[in-house]
Design a protein around this ligand. Structure first.
Ligand code: B3K
Ligand code: ZN
Length: 882
């Protein structure tokens, strides 16, 4: 049976701790089957706390071997231990608390705290993992200087790492050795890290803007030494960029990255010792796709940027998570935009936000970027905290403009260096440097839900005016039925036949582009001197994370696709057109009618393909139809089968209509230039492979031969995987035997490269052809699968349930049953991973009852299963409440 229900923690209950820890001394004795942790904590009672204040330390799954205060064993009647805390009484004002605890890292499958990934020891402490290592005040406002000594067998673990600088190394008896590390910057325990391993290293150096020399090290398995160059270059570029863009210099003499196979997320910004999922650090032409190259660059930058936005200035409590995450995502996305194509990055970010964050914000887990309560903080590492948080910082940066935003950031970093602060502190700095009033803007931090903007335009030819009427609203979200109006920056322009029209508002000239401050429920903006009927270009560069609707005619959308100067708006117009065409095709399919595809969509694509001046990556993005999961989340009570059918038929139609042009584009984008993960080459490959995917829908033998040819000739993983995906997804009779042959060939060529095997798993898990669940079960029985490895779980189960909508939502409900089984199994092994997998089921209320009811049953089965973790409990109970 379920244990007592986990309790809810509220932001409003925040108070400072009764004790501070100023110095933390740790000694780890690592053995095969256990680790003994000795801690010495210099503690001080808070000046405002009473003399009899109890000291409550967090500790989970620890065996307490001894407790001493100032060197003396603490009497048993002055402390008590339960499964979450160690409480001490009758303490002096300042003292040294020494504890010895024992843990079992080899049994730790939650990958939180100290655990083993293959043969190495490593840690993950954010958010509350340190308490699985030793008793501690494990909260981010308790900041301390750490000295860490690691002891282990020398031959098995030649490498002993922790945060900061190595200050001592030496030999011990029995073939053991030790290393002591001192991190001079005080930090919360969540930034602690330790690694004991047998790894090789790639080294480089960086000279900071003030002339300090920093040693850069990336630790990987010997076989991966040739896959570190891209991460190293990305690291150096990030270090330089942060100096130039934010004036932030690195502060230690050494910066280390360690790659591990078993990791719950992408990477972790531990001070001076970042720990990375191998998938976010290793990259080589033969094994890594262009998208993965870019992810490595982005994640390396993200973790490095945390050194200031997160580590030097950290969060007061976990409700402030977006203070560091939203800001750091903003910083890394700007970095990636500077390194690559800004428009492409913007469109990709919006695509990601709309397809994952918008549904989150519209569902039972919706929460503000600064939540007011949580049960399990691990559940709040969400797209909302990260990506909507990024959008909110982006709006602030745009409102202030480059120079003022930089001044605001300088003030923030300088004023709060070494402190644990709040999102209010961040916004206050921005208000202070700009003199702006952010009180209405603050709602972005407090209110969940994606605001809606309904915009209508009216042209008066006689008066030469154009009136935009803008109305805002925000759907109810859990606990927030009615919400005050947001301050929404609406970037816009008016597009005329010969380009953007001059904007004049209330007698004032605004150039050809402006940002309207939408602050009321309804507002009108009257532009004068408008010489022709324009088409409004709205939410340019996606100026706010809102759902904007404007009743564009299809001809107006075509006009924007052809004439707008804003890359995001052109892409968005194509998306809107595609959604309209797919919806209408789906309706016809449901009614058993056949409907001719609107030629205008095909015509727009034709023009794009013929436009030699167009950015090829943008063409590829615009050729791609909205994904099925996106459509399912977008529409009310969606008929998934009808949508799938409509989308598939439309793709087939486009492929037939544009065949010659697609073929031309495919050939003209082949290249024998040496591979580079540069924006230009990536654009070229993405367009070529978009064409290949369309051409592969043709059932003639030459389509299969083309795929095989590309597979054989490819000198890089992007092209090879595109060919494999095209083959796996082909329903041509000619593909039957070729498909298995290609899958086998790929597996045998790469079975020793886990990251490549994961891509092989992903391609098959995403395949929309019938029989999806049987394929998934076969993959899970394959030697390549391991349920304890999060990358494998994501590659198979999460891809199937999150991206393979037509198979997951099979009418029988088998997909839902399957997911419930996996969540129950993973709940016992790794609650964080289990909890994340519940998201697809949480959408049950939005689907037709035939499906929704079955999803709800699956949720209920999870809810009544024994020993639910707080992570899974919170997600399922919220999902059921709806
Ligand atoms: N800060 C970490 C995330 C930790 C997640 C803990 N469950 C990675 C990042 O955002 O950089
Ligand atoms: Zn982060």
């Amino acid at each position: 049976m379920k244990q007592a229900q986990p309790s809810t923690i509220y932001l409003k209950d925040y108070r400072q701790p009764d004790y501070w820890i100023t110095e933390t001394g740790l000694r780890f004795e690592l053995f095969e089957e256990r680790a003994v942790v000795h801690s010495e904590l210099q503690m001080h009672r808070h000046a405002d706390s009473p003399a009899d204040a109890e000291l409550v330390l967090h500790g989970v799954e620890l065996k307490l071997l001894s407790v001493k205060v100032d060197g003396q064993p603490w009497p048993q009647d002055k402390y008590s231990v339960d499964d979450k805390t160690l409480t001490l009484r009758d303490l002096p004002e300042s003292f040294v608390l020494a504890c010895v605890t024992e843990i079992e890292p080899h049994k730790n499958t939650s990958l939180e705290g100290l655990y083993k990934s293959r043969s190495m020891f490593c840690t993950q402490c954010e958010a509350e993992g340190f308490r699985k290592i030793t008793y501690y005040i494990d909260r981010p406002d308790v900041m301390s200087v750490f000295t860490t000594r690691v002891e282990a067998d020398k031959s098995q673990f030649p490498l002993l790492l922790s945060n900061g600088n190595a200050i001592e190394r030496g030999e011990l008896a029995d073939g053991r050795h030790y290393a002591t590390w001192l991190d001079p910057f005080k930090k919360p325990a969540y930034l602690f890290a330790l690694v004991a391993a047998d790894l090789e290293v790639v080294e480089d150096r960086f000279t900071t803007c003030s002339g300090r020399d920093v040693l850069l090290q990336i630790f990987v398995e010997a076989k991966d030494l040739d896959k570190c160059a891209h991460a190293m270059l990305s690291l150096k570029n990030s270090m330089r960029w942060d100096e130039e863009t934010y004036g932030r210099e690195y502060d230690l003499d050494i910066f280390m990255i360690v790659a591990v196979d078993d990791f719950n997320m992408g990477a972790m910004e531990n001070k001076g010792l970042n720990i990375f999922n191998t998938s976010c650090v290793l990259a080589a032409q033969e094994t890594t796709t262009d998208a993965a190259f870019q992810r490595v660059e982005g994640v390396v930058a993200h973790e490095y940027f945390h050194n200031w936005s997160g580590n030097r200035v950290t969060c007061r409590d976990w409700f402030q998570l977006s203070l560091k995450e939203g800001f750091t995502v903003y910083r890394d996305s700007e970095f990636s935009s500077d390194m690559n194509s800004r428009t492409v990055k913007r469109v990709e970010d919006v695509q990601h936000l709309r397809s994952i964050q918008f549904p989150e914000d519209a569902g039972p887990m919706a929460h503000p970027i600064r939540p007011a309560s949580f049960i399990e903080i691990s559940n709040f590492y969400t797209m909302t905290i990260y990506e909507k948080g990024n959008e909110v910082v982006r709006m602030i940066a745009n409102l202030l403009g480059k120079e003022l935003f930089r001044r605001g950031c300088d003030l923030y970093f300088e004023r709060f260096d070494g402190q644990a602060v709040t999102t209010d502190d961040f916004v206050a700095c921005m208000a202070e440097v700009s003199g702006r009033d952010f009180s209405q803007f603050q709602h972005w931090y407090e209110q969940a839900g994606t605001p809606r903007l309904a915009v209508a335009g009216q042209y008066d030819a006689e008066a030469q005016t154009y009136t935009l009427t803008v109305e805002q609203s925000c759907p109810a979200t859990p606990g927030q039925a009615v919400k005050p109006n947001f301050h929404i920056p609406l970037a816009m322009a008016l597009v005329g036949r010969r380009g953007l029209l001059p904007l004049e508002l209330e007698g004032e000239s605004h150039g050809v582009e402006t940002v309207l401050d939408v602050t009321e429920k309804q507002q009108q903006f009257v532009f004068s001197g408008v010489s022709e009927k324009p088409v409004p270009s709205l939410l340019r560069d996606f100026s706010a994370p809102v759902n904007l609707s404007c009743a564009y005619s299809r001809d107006q959308l075509l006009f924007l696709i052809a004439n707008d100067t804003d890359g995001f708006c052109r892409w968005d117009a194509m998306q809107q057109l595609a959604v309209a065409v797919i919806s209408e095709q789906a309706e016809a399919w449901r009614a058993g009618e056949s409907l001719v595809v609107d030629v205008r969509l095909v015509q727009a694509m034709r023009q794009l393909l013929q436009d030699e001046s167009a950015d090829r990556a943008m063409v590829a993005l615009m050729l791609a139809l909205p994904s099925l999961p996106y459509l399912v989340d977008l529409l009310d009570s969606p008929d998934i089968e009808a949508l799938h059918h409509a989308r598939a038929t439309l793709r087939q139609h486009i492929s037939g209509e544009l065949q010659a042009l697609l073929l031309d584009t495919y050939h003209s984008n082949m290249s024998d230039v040496e591979y580079q993960p540069s924006a230009e080459q990536i654009a070229q490959r993405s367009l070529k492979n978009a064409c290949l995917a369309y051409l592969s829908l043709q059932s003639d033998f030459s389509a299969i031969e083309r795929i095989q040819q590309q597979y054989q000739d490819a000198d890089n993983m992007t092209d090879k995987l595109a060919a494999l995906a095209a083959m796996v997804n082909s329903n041509s009779l000619h593909a039957e035997t070729a498909k298995q042959a290609m899958l086998d060939d790929f597996y045998h060529a790469w079975k020793h490269e886990a990251l490549v095997v994961n891509q092989w798993l992903q391609v098959q898990s995403a395949c929309a052809l019938p029989g999806g669940l049987e394929r998934i079960k076969a993959l899970m029985a394959h030697e390549a699968f391991d349920i304890k490895n999060p990358n494998k779980v994501r590659s198979v189960i999460s891809i199937f349930c999150g991206q393979n909508a037509i198979n997951f939502h099979d009418a029988s409900g088998s997909g839902y049953e399957f997911l419930a089984d996996q969540v129950i199994e993973l709940n016992a092994l790794n609650p964080q991973i289990a909890s994340r997998m519940i998201v697809p089921l949480s959408k049950w209320r939005r689907l037709p009852a035939a499906q929704g009811d079955k999803m709800k049953l699956a949720l209920e089965r999870i809810m009544t299963s024994p020993n639910l973790s707080s992570d899974v409990f919170e997600m399922v109970s919220k999902a059921l409440k709806g």
